[in-house]
Design a protein around this ligand. Sequence first.
Ligand SMILES: [Fe+2]
Length: 145
Amino acid sequence: MSATVNNALQQSLVDLIALELQSKQAHWNVRGPQFRSLHLALDEVVATTRTQLDEVAERLAQVGGTPDGRPATVAATTILDEIDAGLLETGKAYQLMAEKVQQVSDNVKSFIDPVDEEDHVSGDLLIAVSAALDLQAWFLRSATE
Ligand SMILES: [Fe+2]
C-alpha cells in the first residue's frame, strides 16, 4: 500500500465528510433573499459530496487502507474551519460555502499528480471528485456575481 495514495484518499475523505456536514448546517440555517435557491443548492452540494466521499472511502479500502470517517477524526483532521453556529445570511452564505467547496476541491487537486504517479485509478477518482466540486463551487459563486 502506498502512503501517498492512502494519505491523499484519507484526507479527501474527511474533507468531503466535513463539507457534507457543513453544507447541511448551512441548508438549515440560511435566511434571507434567495433563501429557497440557496437552500436547494446546498442540498445539491450535500448529494455530490455524499456520492464522492463514498467512492473515495471505498477506493481507500480497495488499495488496502482503512477509511476513518469517525466524527472525532473528521473534526481533528479536516482542512475546513468550523462553520459558525446560528443563522447565516444568504449573501454571506453563498460566498462562504462557495469558498469551502473550492477549498476542498483545490486540496484534492493538489494530490492528483503524486497519487497518479503511483495509482492511475485513484488519481482518476481525485480528478472526478474535484470536477464535481468545481461545478458546485461555480454554481454557488455565480449566484452572487
Ligand atoms: Fe432539507
